[in-house]
Design a binder for this molecule. Structure first.
Ligand SMILES: [Zn+2]
Length: 294
């Protein structure tokens, strides 16, 4: 009577033994921060079970290219979650390339996205009429600005230029956070897609990380506008400057002065508006600065 049971037990044991090697070689995939929110950046860190030549991924419809950190033997990529993303679980799909044999191991892991609590304070702002009721000539300038942004801000340079933490572009208090909603002359506008620093005109504005100057020119709404390309679709934008200290094509290092603060364009007074754009999505600059990056 007991023999078939023993055989079953032995059979189960053999089965689990044959499966063990596959399970032993697992992928480790982590996010920083551990809790993902809409509007937030995220650093994905991956330790594959075997040596890889390259690693790519897809996340919320975006393509990710991972870099290798030899010190920690992990692959990393900076990504984000748009403000509009609904709280739910989303899948990070990974595909590696093994050196030599052409094997392409893959792995996927789900990450929950929670809803961030952004301030619901509505601000009544008085803005010059030219920004709410523009003339035909001003409309043309606005259209030109839109085209320039559509063209330049969608350019993706393949190589990562940033390294290490993103630092504050000015040593000043925050006057408006990311995600708050504004009202211009009684008309509700989009949520605030950047971070405002309370600085008087003429304060040095510094690069948040290493990159190349993609744009440095006057624009209708943005005023004197500098955009830095940090590679792989990650941009930082600096608005309302009084002066440029860089020109398009310049390479900058984190902390380099790129311009002086001001109140040009659609601004109620001198301040620095900084934005972080990742593959067409605006992310919270404050949350980006909190990440400890390789
Ligand atoms: Zn702003």
């Amino acid at each position: 009577m007991g023999l078939p049971n023993l055989r079953n037990a032995a059979g189960a044991l053999v089965l689990s033994c044959t499966l063990l090697p596959a399970y032993a070689a697992t992928w480790t995939v982590r996010s920083q921060p551990a809790r993902l929110v809409n509007g937030g950046p995220v650093l994905f860190q991956v330790r594959p079970p075997a040596k890889l030549e390259s690693l790519t991924g897809t996340w919320l419809g975006h393509q990710l290219t991972f870099s290798y950190n030899a010190a920690t033997k992990t692959w990393f990529a900076l990504a984000g979650v748009s403000l509009e993303t609904t709280p739910a679980k989303y899948t990070l799909e990974l595909t590696g390339a093994r050196p030599g044999n052409g094997a392409r191991p893959n792995f996927s892991r789900q990450f929950a996205v929670a809803r961030a609590k952004y301030p619901k304070i509505k601000v009544e702002l008085t803005v010059e009429k030219k920004f709410t009721e523009p003339t035909p000539e001003q409309l043309q300038q606005i259209e030109e600005g839109k085209k320039i942004k559509q063209d330049y801000l969608s350019r993706v340079s393949a190589d990562r230029q940033w390294s290490g933490a993103f630092t504050a572009p000015a040593d000043a208090p925050i006057s408006d956070v990311f995600g708050s909603q504004r009202i211009f002359n009684g008309v509700a506008s989009r949520p605030h897609e950047g971070l405002d620093f309370r600085v008087p005109a003429g304060t040095p504005v510094t690069a948040m990380n290493d990159g190349t100057v993609l744009l440095a020119r006057p624009m209708y709404f943005e005023g004197n506008f500098v955009v830095l390309d940090h590679g792989q679709g990650l941009l930082t934008l600096y608005l309302h400057l009084s002066e440029f200290k860089v020109k398009e094509g310049d390479m900058v290092r984190r902390g380099d002065v790129i311009g002086m603060s001001g109140g040009t364009g659609r601004a109620t007074g001198p301040h620095l508006h900084v934005a972080v754009r990742w593959q067409g999505t605006y992310l919270d600059p404050a949350r980006l600065m909190q990440l400890s990056l390789p």
